[in-house]
Design a protein around this ligand. Structure first.
Ligand code: GLA
Length: 654
């Protein structure tokens, strides 16, 4: 009988691959929408104290975050004393939390907020500064309940290789036994497919390893978490980790994408920045109530990917009131047009729709296309309904698209004195026509601009486009950005495109680490100079060392890394010693990467896969005539974990 059921379930899985076997959520009525709050880890690591928690609770109220829905103020690792007390209970760390956790819980509760805490399903927590709860589940759960804790993040470190399901279930039962409502966050990093069992054990489960304040990491996590959409539901959520918005490692556009995509994925929204230091712009991202409403929608559907082609993503999320959220996400490093339509989204047929732009806070009328020119790494989010479309202004997608560039070289790198062409186009998606549309472009002062064509139309009907082409010659002066868009009778659309005018390359032979690059993207925080790539923070590496040999000069580059230099055809060769840095976790003797040198679109040197065991080798790439040099560190065919690549004593000859 059991077999038959399993067989039937298997069959159902084959027929409808999107539907997981039904796993019920915990029937305790908690976390019916994804938890919202704060956790200090991303901002402070172990440097947590009671002042930070009190200040955060104060700021939740004073800055309108409580009003926006943020509720849980959560303490991460390092809050406890290193040893249990005589009765076997955890106690607060005497310096970090001198008043004790109960007093902090009381303080937070008095503000109408809730308190969260952290421990690990292991002998010690991840930072190893305090005991974990393994084999102490009941006493620890009871201690938390006695203090008035409302949320537990239960980590996975030092778990003695005992089965995850057993460890996490024990804590579920211990929490239940206390009789207190405690939201239960499973943090086992997606190692044992918690989406398949997490709903019966906790209210949310991490689906990946730790987030960092870097764009590649956000995209990596997105790609792992998005396909898990069928597993999310009220009371049971995929957790792609806490927010990095405001921590400083990404642009405002990237933070808006991070926030939009987490909301579309019905992720827990746990602020990870120190609110005492956050910029007003980033605070406003966190307070965008219209985006929060998508996350908190009571239908509880995680948005799913409708299509993902060439870095152009379309997400759709059905909402409880019948509206539909649509996100257009541009993974690429240049602005691009992204669009979808009512039939592609499965929307009911209507004469027209209202697409409310949740970052511009404006309603637009559309006959059924949902399109925008989305900036590099940007996300446009529409809330689509069929209400009041007749009074909304026309949806006109307009913007600039940069022409083709050399493969691998970001198109926004525009060397001074070298003319390039751009097109600005505008399309009217509304039912009603748009009058007298004029595409326009403006360039920084000191740059030359020549109009190649500029279409004029008296009336732009539904679905029609106008465009213009310009030839631009950049100069080394002026803020390198282009402002483009369209003006029409009664309205306009404007956007800016940031460009990079690369620095000149020095003559002679130079240590490449001292030559300014045009553009770079590190896999784990910034590419370092004259040190290894420690973690995601800047300048936190050790001396560059490959199998015991120390190098004073060079670059520490964690896979996947790309570094681009503008050569302007003036250089002849680059040579470097390469290998995996000795800065690796001894317990994890892993790490492999490949080192490639590219001259424009051609690969001119390749180290092959180098592992943590290998001695350094030297590679040389011929560059004669090349406009650009690109250094690539690949992950060696496995995951990028511990792939700290070194370019040791690299030298460029021009
Ligand atoms: C693990 C978790 C993080 C954080 C740290 C604390 O890495 O995944 O979110 O809690 O431990 O040490």
């Amino acid at each position: 009988m059991k077999r038959l059921v399993a067989l039937a379930a298997g069959l159902a899985f084959v027929v409808v691959p999107a539907a997981p076997a039904p796993v019920l959520a915990l029937p305790d009525g908690q976390a019916l929408t994804p938890p919202m709050g704060f956790n200090n880890w991303n901002a402070t690591g172990c440097a947590v104290d009671e002042k930070l928690i009190r200040d955060t609770a104060d700021l939740f109220v004073a800055q309108g975050l409580k009003d926006a829905g943020y509720q849980y103020v959560n303490i991460d690792d390092c809050w406890a004393a290193p040893d249990r007390d005589a009765t076997g209970r955890l106690t607060h760390h005497p310096q970090r939390f001198p008043s004790g956790i109960k007093a902090i819980a009381d303080y937070v509760h008095a503000k109408g907020l809730k308190l969260g805490i952290y421990t690990s399903a292991g002998t010690l927590t991840c930072a190893k500064t305090m005991p974990g709860a393994l084999d102490h589940e009941e006493v620890d759960a009871q201690t938390f309940a006695d203090w008035g804790v409302d949320y537990l993040k239960y980590d996975n470190c030092n778990n003695e290789n005992r089965p995850a399901l057993e460890r996490y279930t024990k804590m579920r039962d211990a929490l239940k036994k206390t009789g207190r409502d405690i939201v239960y966050s499973i943090c086992e990093w997606g190692q044992n497919k918690p989406w398949e069992w997490g709903a019966e054990v906790g209210h949310l489960w991490r689906t990946t390893g730790d987030i960092t304040d870097t764009w590649p990491k956000v995209v990596e996590i997105l790609k792992k978490n998005a396909p898990l959409a069928p597993y999310a539901k009220p009371g049971a959520w995929n957790d792609p980790d806490m927010l990095e918005v405001g921590n400083g490692g990404m642009t405002a556009t990237e933070y808006r994408s991070h926030f939009s995509l987490w909301a579309m994925m019905a992720a827990p929204l746990l602020i990870g920045a120190d609110l005492r230091r956050i910029s007003p712009e980033n605070l406003d991202i966190l307070r965008n109530k219209e985006v929060i409403a998508l996350d908190q929608d009571r239908l509880g559907a995680q948005g799913r990917v409708v299509s993902q082609v060439d870095g152009k993503w379309i997400f759709v999320k059905p909402l409880a009131n019948g509206d539909t959220a649509v996100a257009l996400f541009n993974e690429n490093a240049v602005a691009t047009r992204i669009g979808t339509s009512a039939p592609a989204l499965g929307l009911p047929r209507r004469p027209a729709y209202t697409a409310r732009d949740l970052w511009q806070h404006k309603d637009f009328q559309t006959a059924g296309e949902f399109t925008a020119v989305v900036p590099a790494h940007g996300t446009v989010v529409y809330r689509v309904s069929s209400r009041n479309w007749w009074s909304a202004e026309p949806l006109v997608s307009a913007g600039l698209e940069l022409g083709e560039s050399i493969p691998g070289i970001p198109a926004q790198i525009v060397p001074a004195g070298q003319a390039f062409e751009v097109a600005v186009s505008a399309t009217n998606h509304a039912v009603l026509p748009v009058i007298n549309p004029r595409p326009r472009l403006s360039v920084p002062t000191g740059w030359r601009v020549e109009v190649l064509s500029q279409q004029r139309k008296l009336v732009l009907g539904s679905g029609e486009s106008v465009s213009g082409r310009w030839r631009i010659t950049p100069a080394a002066t002026g803020k390198p950005e282009l402002t483009s868009g369209v003006d029409y009778g009664g309205g306009s659309v404007t956007s800016t495109t940031e460009l990079i005018v690369p620095p000149e390359t020095p003559r002679g032979t130079s240590p490449l680490g001292d030559v300014p690059s045009a553009w770079e993207s590190g896999g784990y925080g910034p590419v370092e100079r004259d040190m290894s790539n420690g973690s995601w923070q800047p300048k936190d590496g050790k001396p560059l060392t490959i199998n015991g040999t120390v190098y004073a000069k060079g670059m520490g580059a964690h896979a996947p890394t790309e570094i681009v230099y503008y050569l302007g055809g003036k250089c002849s060769a680059v040579t470097s010693i390469v290998g995996i840095d000795d800065d690796r976790n001894d317990a994890n003797k892993v790490g492999s990467a490949s080192f490639e040198i590219w001259a424009d679109g051609a690969k001119v040197a390749d180290s092959g896969v180098r592992t943590w065991r290998d001695d350094p080798i030297s590679i040389t790439g011929a560059l004669r005539g090349a406009k650009f040099l690109r250094l690539v560190v690949g992950d060696g065919g496995d995951s990028p974990s511990y792939d700290r690549g070194d370019w040791a004593t690299p030298a460029l000859t021009c």
